[in-house]
Design a protein around this ligand. Structure first.
Ligand code: AMP
Length: 524
């Protein structure tokens, strides 16, 4: 047993969960109030200067929508700040996620009665470099060393794989509150090899809620001739009611949506509407289609046929909608497994990865050891369980065509390459006596440069002046096991032993993080 155990954290859009492996078992660690998951919701009480996280934040949300934030994960990796309260208290997505992680850490410490400093945190497989970096930084703000970032579908598959000794090809369909991921994974003698992944970081159960809200607003407008869309409190109550209705429709064929005294510009009106499952499924059909198309693309890219799938795992709370299970079974001809809990599998898998890093035994570890781990493997000390994950997106640079002087996209690391991955390319100057070289780094797999996402642009320099095309500049891309990119460049000919090397930094510096950490409000 390690003194300070590494915990596994599923930092979800809607709910988060923590798990921990000990004594050959993996347990979900309940929150302070006993719940097995913690709502990923933060509120800020500006009078007290304190934050509320989880159930407490949810409980005051209807009364104080302006100081409450849901689904922070949707903002991770962006430069948006979120205003909570009236006194211009702005928070970055990293700070808000850091508060959620701090609360999870506090609850886990209280439950285990041990200090916790290390964590494995999961992210959607389709999270990009910035979003992964932001997650790592959120961990740092919570006082956690993030030992590894792993992909949610991979974690779920690991949780599942620990229960079966058979070799299988598995499709993981992961529909959470705000993100969708699909991954194709081969389990062979304890080796979990991700063949490919596809997804959408802006599609999740919340979009199903939004369509119910639209439907409700339309009905309210028609029947009462009132509009509530400009009233934040009413909007928040509509979303609440929509989510409850969606949950009810997972087990019942009709639901009655009752909202007493719904506020609007001319007063308040009692609302009562009945929604049946058929109507709900019809109006959200296209959302489900999108997820299925993503799975199809995944198969095509990986060169797999649907008939090769042995098992389908449904992960994420939104897969509780019966339409998901039914459509997936129809489309892929395999009844999805009922052996994993869609809310807990990701945290359990993260804890399994944490146990591998800590050298703790895993429950039901496959008996047959695998053969030679490669450089790209995440190897358990017992060498029994190995995760081989891939990067969901390609990374590349903008180069200039030396004939036409047109910019074009040069891919350095292809999507679905196993991680960690490294590659380099040689480049040179485009003008005589150039002393600096600009290296714009992109992420994406579109042939057209402008369709990809510019991650950052950095300069190598000063380099000695030489005629155009003479300098030999080597640019190296290293994608680590967390899927986070490091880029360095050097002037190969410039005084051997005195090469210029620079590192690109996305996100915050350590100093910035330490100031942010000190300024974070206490959690009540
Ligand atoms: P997760 O991010 O995995 O916690 O999933 C959260 C999403 O699952 C939210 O959109 C929830 O509304 C949705 N969800 C949870 N339970 C149910 C249910 N019983 N039926 C439909 N959706 C659900």
């Amino acid at each position: 047993m390690t003194e300070t155990p590494t915990i596994g954290i599923d930092l979800g859009t809607t709910n988060s969960a923590i798990a921990h492996a000990e004594d050959d078992d993996i347990d979900i660690l309940p929150a302070a109030m006993g719940d097995r998951t913690t709502p990923s919701v933060v509120a800020f009480d500006e009078m007290a200067g304190e934050a509320l996280v989880g159930r407490q934040a949810v409980n005051q949300a209807v009364a104080h929508p302006d100081r409450t934030v849901f689904a922070v994960k949707r903002f991770m990796g962006t430069e948006e700040t979120i205003l909570l309260g009236t006194r211009a208290c702005e928070f970055t997505p990293e700070e808000l996620s850091g508060l959620i992680l701090r609360k999870l850490k506090r609850d886990a410490q209280a439950y285990l009665d041990r200090s916790i400093e290390n964590a494995v945190i999961t992210v959607p497989a389709y999270f990009n470099d910035r979003q992964r970096q932001a997650t790592k930084h959120a961990g740092a703000l919570a006082g956690l060393d993030v030992d590894r970032i792993i992909n949610e579908p991979t974690a779920a598959c690991l949780a599942y794989g620990l229960q079966t000794a058979q070799n299988k090809t598995v499709l993981v369909y992961d529909l959470g509150g705000g993100t969708f991921d699909s991954s194709l994974i081969e389990i062979t003698d304890g080796v979990f090899e991700v063949i490919g992944t596809n997804g959408d970081t802006r599609l999740g159960g919340n979009d199903w809620d939004a369509l119910i809200v639209e439907w409700l607003e339309d009905r309210i407008k028609r029947e009462h001739d009132i509009s509530v869309s400009d009233t934040p409190l009413a909007e928040s109550r509509l979303f609440d009611a929509a989510q409850t209705a969606k949950h009810e429709l997972s087990t019942r064929r009709t639901t009655t949506i009752t909202i007493p005294f719904l506020e609007h510009e001319d007063g308040a009106t009692d609302i009562e509407q009945t929604l049946d499952r058929e109507t709900f499924e019809r109006m959200t059909h296209e959302l489900l289609d999108t997820t299925i198309e993503r799975c199809e693309t995944l198969f095509d890219q990986a060169g797999y046929d649907r008939s090769e799938i042995d098992e389908i795992l449904l992960v994420g709370g939104a897969t509780r909608m019966p339409q998901v299970r039914r459509r997936i079974a129809d489309r892929f001809g395999v009844e999805p497994s009922k052996r994993i809990n869609p809310d807990e599998a990701v945290a359990i898998g993260a804890a399994a990865q944490a146990a591998i890093l800590d050298g703790e035994p895993l429950p039901g570890e496959p008996q047959q050891p695998h053969t030679s781990p490669t450089e790209t493997a995440l190897v358990s000390p017992s060498d029994n369980v190995v995760l081989l994950d891939v990067t969901p997106q390609s990374f590349g640079v903008e180069l200039i065509d030396r004939q036409t002087y047109e910019p074009y996209y040069h891919v350095v690391i292809e999507r679905n390459s196993p991680i960690p991955a490294r590659n380099s390319y040689m480049t040179t100057t485009a003008r005589d006596n150039q002393t600096e070289i600009e290296i714009p780094v992109y992420q994406g797999h579109n042939e057209r440069l402008e369709e990809n996402e510019l991650l950052d642009s950095f300069e190598l320099g000063p380099i000695p002046q030489r005629p155009e095309g003479v300098p030999n500049i080597e640019v190296k891309f290293i994608l680590d096991e967390n899927g986070i990119l490091n880029v360095s460049a050097r002037d190969v000919d410039h005084e051997i032993g005195d090469a210029i090397e620079i590192q690109s930094v996305f996100g915050f510096t350590d100093d910035e993080l330490s100031v942010m950490q000190q300024n974070l409000p206490e959690i009540r």
